[in-house]
Design a protein around this ligand. Structure first.
Ligand SMILES: C[S@@+](CC[C@H](N)C(=O)[O-])C[C@H]1O[C@@H](n2cnc3c(N)ncnc32)[C@H](O)[C@@H]1O
Length: 232
């Protein structure tokens, strides 16, 4: 599904969100800026897709930001965009649930609009916790559920009627843009996701609702002195 939409992914992203996604990505970069500026920081943009977040993170990062995704055409698009900006992004193909990375090796992980697609959210959080260094930060930007009834109704109509129609017309894939609102509907409420972070032993777990709760930025930190899951 992601391979099918890769060529038109960026265009549709900005078009369907009226460019609001740019502000959401900016909030993610701001949250991770202290980690990005650490000397020798190792930061992973997981489910990096065509690399928009990776490229934004790179503008403040002290070291090259690493990107990973399990969809080859998405990675090719990300590599091309990085090259066009004059650098070679370190990218690798992997499933977010089984990262080929050593335990305690990253200062921060960002996941923008990828986490919702994982088949097991608790396993995804556990894998991030494993590869983060103690004190490392996980930031997940994802669609969420607007608390206001009026906003929920307006957004519900847009995302389940208009968005699949425009998405299918522009991308040529009716499946992907029908899947999007369906997957958002099934996605946990922000409060539930925060509880999952805590159940996986992240500390300082919290979230910020963006654009009336259409999206949310979730963050949590790996505690110091956590011994379980420390195998590579
Ligand atoms: C909606 S796109 C988001 C891409 C990018 N982060 C952005 O903000 O534009 C979701 C991405 O997650 C990737 N993805 C979904 N499930 C994955 C998994 N289990 N492991 C690795 N990548 C995954 C898809 O291939 C796709 O590129």
């Amino acid at each position: 599904m992601f391979s099918d939409i890769a060529p038109r992914y960026d265009l549709l992203n900005h078009m369907l969100s009226f460019n609001i996604d740019r502000g959401w990505r900016k909030a993610l970069v701001q949250r991770l800026t202290p980690s990005l500026r650490l000397p020798g920081a190792r930061v992973l943009d997981l489910c990096c897709g065509t690399g928009d977040v990776l490229l934004d993170l790179q503008t403040v990062a002290a070291k090259p930001v690493i990107g990973a995704d399990f969809c080859h055409p998405m990675l090719l698009a990300a590599a091309g965009k990085a090259r066009a900006r004059g650098f070679a992004a370190p990218l690798f193909e992997a499933d977010a649930l089984e990262l080929p990375l050593a335990a305690n090796s990253l200062d921060a992980i960002s996941i923008a609009f990828g986490f919702r697609n994982l088949v097991n959210y608790r396993a995804g959080l556990a894998e991030c916790l494993r590869v983060l260094k103690p004190g490392g930060v996980l930031a997940i930007l994802e669609f969420s559920h607007p608390p206001s009834l009026a906003m929920r109704a307006a957004y519900g109509f847009y995302s389940s009627v208009l968005l699949p129609l425009i998405g299918a017309l522009v991308s040529g894939s009716s499946e992907a843009y029908k899947y999007l609102p369906e997957s958002v509907k099934k996605f946990p409420q922000a409060e539930e996701l925060r509880a999952m972070f805590e159940a996986e032993e992240f500390v300082n777990a919290g979230f910020e609702l963006l654009t009336g709760g259409i999206a949310a930025l979730h963050t949590g930190e790996k505690p110091f002195g956590l011994n379980r899951r420390s195998n590579a």
